[in-house]
Design a protein around this ligand. Structure first.
Ligand code: M6R
Length: 623
């Protein structure tokens, strides 16, 4: 979704803005732009397409722009109006220049009124209209800050704006009312503002997550937060971010996604460290105790999520029901919120969201709160809206995930739910303490197992690479699995679609014969996830059915499963077997990296934009 960066202080603003926007590229965008104050004038440079286009445009005037120490920048993910240069931000209206995230819902009404008053909007966006409102208010003699406040009170919808004016050079005013905004003092004097903390961490680790209804005004002397509604000054807490700028760089990897796939053992270790006391084997020592009580007292858990997080939730259901012995529903947030569901007392709604900003998931949690239902969140981003609005929050510690395709956050979400399941089982008397302890022991060993398995020059990586190469040009893919492998099959298909743009379906292996098998011919590949678990024999029967119809079979199975290997055209062995066992419930943790890597290698061969796939955004803050 759209990204905002703003800066005023003593640094070279062009560098802060461009570097900041690069840090936000992962969110997905289709045009970009910056506005810089030089003297009393603001120059706007913007373009459709990538940020490099903006950099090329400013090449000729870098020297002049280098003097600027105040500006705003934006990456736009089109909602209202095509991704053209004209629709790109920043938008200029007379002496007012602004960037905007989110949606102005009453934009048609506002446009009609502005046009009737003689204004001539040039773009198709809702964003530009806000500039006219500020201009009108400043023409009445209001300061930039008061004009932004008065203008904002005329719009409806969930959005944020950051505004400058040539009439008040050196002042930046931002409002958060929906789309996130983070502000920070520049330790050298001045202020940063951005739509998330990532652009700020190389300058400061102390950030302020603005709340809805906050207005922030910044200048060389610092920043002040006040209430949008009444102008009263507000003190917001400072949050310390532990992400370093180095962790957000590619560090030699060709893509963030590949780096993040290989960071999974570390993401698991970090997440474990955050919630499991190694010495006592007790989980949640460091986590939110209120959340534990909520879970312990729940009569039912509804896991609510979208995309990969929804797949993680599907696995959560298997574990929480098997070990925790609690009834679990899994809901797609975008469906749940409009379904008028029956929510009984004792139900806990758990929003799972790596970004913590997904609009649909957030809306469900808000609705639950209005109905008096307890909410909890699993998220990777401290200070995100979901983390702040949930009654309790459990963090995955995967570190920043920049690639649009979720990988290490997905695996970390699995781990938190596994620990929940073990802990709930013990607490509710469904698992004896020794069984819980052995489950946790296995979890502690998982990162090591994965690290050995996931060497870039190892057998898995090599067989995945050669399989992707051999199947390049195939018409489509099915990913099939049963039991714990079924949600991983869904995740494999999603990954392939989103980064390689190849049609892929994830199916419960037993469902193929109820329809989709009609699609199978020699130009289709079927990735069969068949580890040596309780479902293996049944899955192999389903494999035979598609093999008989000519499909190219990619088998992913136990390291010593030679009879399965013989049935497959391509074979990717797992690091576990009948000799080296792990609990079958933990197999998704070793299966997921295989399907992630297969998608990555296929996308690489196709030459797609792996980290920023077309039409997608990292955090989906619109419905
Ligand atoms: O930030 P969230 O986990 O709430 O995001 C949910 C989905 O938008 C996300 O998982 C999406 O499907 C990813 N592109 C998957 O790789």
């Amino acid at each position: 979704m759209c990204g905002i960066v703003g800066y005023v202080g003593s640094r070279r603003a062009v560098d802060v803005l461009l570097q900041g926007l690069r840090r936000l590229e992962y969110r997905g965008y289709d045009s970009a732009g910056i506005a810089l104050l030089t003297g009393d004038a603001i120059d706007v440079v913007k373009s459709s397409g990538k940020l490099e286009n903006v950099e090329h445009l400013i090449d000729g005037s870098r020297e002049k722009l280098a003097a600027s120490t105040c500006g705003i920048g934006h990456t736009r993910w089109a909602t209202h109006g095509k991704p053209t240069t004209q629709n790109a931000h920043p938008h200029r209206t007379g002496h007012v220049v602004l960037v905007h995230n989110g949606i102005i819902e009453n934009y048609q009404d506002i446009r009609r009124r502005l046009v009737a008053r003689g204004h001539k909007p040039e773009s198709e966006t809702d964003s530009e209209l806000f500039g006219f409102l500020v201009l009108e208010e400043m023409d009445k003699g209001r300061s930039l800050c008061d004009a932004v406040r008065a203008g904002f009170l005329q719009i409806e919808g969930s959005c944020s704006v950051v505004v400058m004016s040539e009439k008040e050079p050196g002042m930046i005013v931002g409002v958060r009312n929906g789309s996130p905004l983070v502000a920070a003092h520049d330790p050298d004097g001045g202020m940063f503002i951005a739509s998330d903390a990532q652009p700020l961490v190389e300058y400061t680790k102390e950030v302020i997550f603005l709340e809805n209804g906050d207005l922030v005004a910044g200048s060389r002397t610092g920043l002040k937060i006040s209430s949008l509604a009444d102008g009263n000054v507000i003190a917001r807490p400072v949050t310390r971010i532990d992400w370093s700028a180095e962790r957000m760089d590619k560090q030699g990897w060709p893509h963030y996604m590949l780096k993040e796939i290989y960071e999974q053992p570390a993401a698991l270790s970090e997440t474990l460290n955050g919630i499991l006391d190694r010495a006592t084997g007790e989980p949640f020592v460091l986590a939110d105790q209120k959340g534990l009580q909520t879970l312990k007292n729940a009569t039912r858990i509804s896991l609510v999520a979208c995309g990969s997080s929804w797949h993680a939730a599907l696995l959560g259901k298997y574990w929480l029901e098997r070990w925790g012995r609690i009834a679990v529903d899994v809901e797609l947030a975008s469906e749940f919120r409009y379904r008028d569901p029956v929510l009984q007392e004792g139900t806990v709604i758990v929003g799972i969201s790596q970004s913590g900003e997904t609009a649909d998931t957030l809306a469900v949690m808000r609705e639950a709160k209005t109905r008096g239902i307890q909410t909890a969140a699993i998220t990777n981003v401290r200070g995100s809206t979901i983390s702040r609005e949930a009654d309790s929050v459990f963090y995955t510690c995967a570190g920043p995930e920049i690639g649009v395709a979720a990988t290490k956050t997905f695996l970390s979400q699995l781990l938190v739910q596994l620990i929940w399941a073990g802990w709930l089982g013990k607490t509710r008397g469904a698992l004896n303490p020794a069984r819980t302890a052995s489950l946790f022991d296995e979890l502690i060993r998982l990162p090591h197992l994965l690290e050995d398995y996931m060497r870039p020059d190892g057998v898995m990586a090599q067989t995945v690479r050669s399989t992707a190469k051999a199947l390049l040009g195939i018409k489509g893919f099915f990913f099939i699995g049963r039991g714990y492998s079924f949600p991983v099959a869904l995740e494999g298909a999603l990954k392939l679609k989103e980064i390689a743009y190849i049609h892929a379906e994830g199916y419960a292996a037993g469902e193929l014969k109820h329809g989709p098998i009609a699609m199978i011919d020699g130009n289709m590949a079927v990735v069969v996830l068949a580890p040596q678990d309780s479902w293996r024999e049944k899955t192999v029967s389903n494999l035979e059915e598609v093999k008989a119809r000519g499909a190219r079979i990619v088998g992913v199975g136990g390291g010593n499963d030679s009879s399965l290997k013989e049935l497959c055209d391509f074979w990717i062995p797992l690091p576990v077997s009948t000799k080296h066992k792990i609990d079958e419930g933990l197999l998704p943790v070793v299966l997921a990296p295989v399907v992630q890597l297969l998608s990555y290698e296929t996308a690489l061969l196709k030459g797609t934009d792996v980290d920023k796939p077309r039409n997608l955004a990292k955090s989906v803050t619109v419905e």
